[in-house]
Design a binder for this molecule. Sequence first.
Ligand code: SAH
Length: 250
Amino acid sequence: MSGRVYLVGAGPGAPDLLTLRAVRLLESADIVFHDALVHPGTLALAARAEKIAVGKRCGRHTTAQRFINRRLIDAAGVHATVVRLKGGDPLLFGRAQEEIDALEAAGIDCVVVPGITAALAASAAVRTSMTRRGLSRNVTFVTPRTGAGEEGHDWAQAVLAADTSAIYMGVGEAVAIAATLVARGASRRLPVMIVENASLPEQRCLAMTLAELGSMRGISGPAIILIGEVYAQGQAASAAGGLPERACAA
Ligand code: SAH
């Protein structure tokens, strides 16, 4: 038997931000391999499927990528519908390409179902467009994180060149991020938003400047750093006491 593997975007967290296609696939899945961050309510949709956590959280690789690839290939040998459920969109910072390449090399049919990426859920949370006429005409999705054995890359250059940036997997090194950007010429007053747990009941939005990002502490959930002049309004609201933290309840 040769089943098909679906790489499905689970969205940022809230189960009702799944696509209808993702829901249909979860309902008909025989087996689901999922990331650590996938919401229990999302997994519950895969009522008849065996569910296997293969997640990586904050750089801790609980299951080596090559092992995940192997398990997907093996599962397609015994199941018709294999779902590989990944947080947000599968094709952004999700190592999906390694899985797609491994499946293709093994001659297994593979289909990708997009999901709402964290940067867009965070943008919705702070009700701020990443693009705006006259202010922002480009957006960069970037991470300072490099995998083991991977060469460093100039993430700061990408942020400095962009009108608006969404930094994934960066909150743990917020202090270093701020220091690097300031050292490379960014304004200390550049507006920053941190959105933690976007789309979930625990969602928090924090408005600050790049200088303040340099002393950021106390974020424990998944969080994204948004940077750019488009966030100046949030900063102003925060300074005036209208905490965006309150304004952005999911
Ligand atoms: N493929 C995912 C990203 C995986 S990398 C996507 O498209 O969203 C994991 C990073 O995504 C986290 O470190 C964090 O920066 C971000 N992230 C994931 N879920 C999030 C959420 N609910 N709120 C804020 N950031 C989130």
